[in-house]
Ligand binder design. Structure first.
Ligand code: F6P
Length: 353
């Protein structure tokens, strides 16, 4: 079964044209840069932090680390960063600055407190490393308090408009594929059907790519409608006619409700009685671990580019890499516009199983 192939993964070019200077600042007006990681951690955030610090120091700027993201900004949880502060972290997963999802920053009072603390500490510009929630908070913060801010895309989900790839995606994808390979061994040994759930609350990038790389028989993602009856008959035919074992990769955000929910539906059906079915949720294993070479290089490029953009006078933008070129996209577009999956890849999962 091959679906019609239509590649919708086209970025809106109007969002990628050079952005005029918004803040009116010059290189000289930014002497101290605050940097923080926020939202779900992603492998490569440390490599990005290291690049931000070393690039800023190389231009004679000071760097203030903000611990625990926006919450740390509200609580003045600050630390001066030197070149040696970021030694020996490029290979580490997680984030040495720690991360948080701050409820208080969602309020105007919380954001005002954060701005006051930054001003008291002479912070003239910010680099935010995080995902869509981080960038949404950043845009609002800039609109209210006008502290220039440049975002770096850091999320395993790869769901940010304005960059072909986000920091952490490649590592998470490789973790997922390594685990799918392991599951394949045991699935084959027992002639079982496995539903493997990968991360992706709103997006199927990890599922789609790990499904292809792991040779999955089927991939279910939030971007496409999943019809439970069609899924049942397709999986049943796979198990009974073509394969003795099968792997279905399910993105956690699939609208049918993830692997556990889909397994419950399958078990209710009499024709699945004879099929030995298991669920494996890869969960937060995908968030941890040493970043891949690709993520370290991407993170280093983006960290350097973010500082450069800030000092060039850009504000309220995210740096990304599109067609291997550094590009800037307004923060608002990053979270308000949906990055499309590559539908050609979806066709491959069906052609190659
Ligand atoms: O945004 C990245 C992500 O890993 C999602 O894929 C996932 O749904 C979510 O974070 C989990 O967040 P938390 O660790 O806060 O439960």
């Amino acid at each position: 079964m091959v679906i019609s192939i239509e590649c919708l993964n086209v970025q809106d070019v109007s969002a990628l044209t050079p952005i005029p200077v918004q803040s009116g600042v010059t290189v000289d007006s930014i002497q101290k840069i605050g940097v923080f990681t926020s939202g779900g951690d992603a492998p490569g955030m440390n490599a990005c932090l290291r690049a931000v610090v070393r690039k800023a120091l190389s231009l004679g700027k000071e760097v203030l680390g903000i611990r625990r993201g926006y919450q740390g900004m509200i609580e003045s949880d600050f630390v001066e960063l030197t070149s040696s502060s970021v030694s020996n972290i490029i290979q580490k997963g997680g984030t040495v600055l720690k991360s948080a999802r701050s409820e208080e920053f969602r309020t105007p009072e919380g954001r005002a407190k954060a701005a006051k603390n930054l001003i008291e500490n002479q912070v003239d510009g910010l680099v935010a490393i995080g995902g869509d929630g981080t960038l949404a908070g950043a845009a609002l913060f800039y609109e209210e308090h006008k502290i220039p801010l440049v975002g770096c895309p850091g999320t395993i989900d790869n769901d940010l408009f304005g960059t072909d790839e986000t920091i952490g995606f490649d590592t998470a994808l490789n973790t997922a594929i390594q685990n799918i390979d392991k599951i394949r061994d045991t699935a084959d040994a027992h002639d079982r059907l496995f539903l493997v759930e990968v991360m992706g609350r709103d997006a199927g990038f990890i599922a789609l790519n790990s499904g292809i790389g792991g040779g999955a028989e089927m991939v279910l993602i939030p971007e496409t409608l999943s019809d439970i009856n069609k899924i049942k008959s397709y999986i049943h035919s796979l198990m009974s006619e073509q394969h003795r074992s099968s792997i279905v990769v399910v993105a956690e955000g699939d609208e049918l409700g993830g692997a556990t929910r889909i397994a419950e539906e399958l078990k209710k059906d009499a024709k699945f009685k004879a099929i030995d079915l298991r669920v494996c949720i890869l969960g937060h294993t995908q968030r941890g671990g040493s970043p891949s070479a690709r993520d370290r290089v991407l993170a280093s490029r983006l960290g350097v580019a973010a500082v450069q953009a800030l000092l060039d006078g850009h504000a309220n933008v995210m740096v990304g890499v599109i067609d291997n070129q550094i590009r800037l996209t307004p923060s608002r577009n990053v979270y308000s516009r949906k990055k499309s999956i590559n539908y050609e890849l979806l066709g491959l999962t069906q052609l190659l199983n």
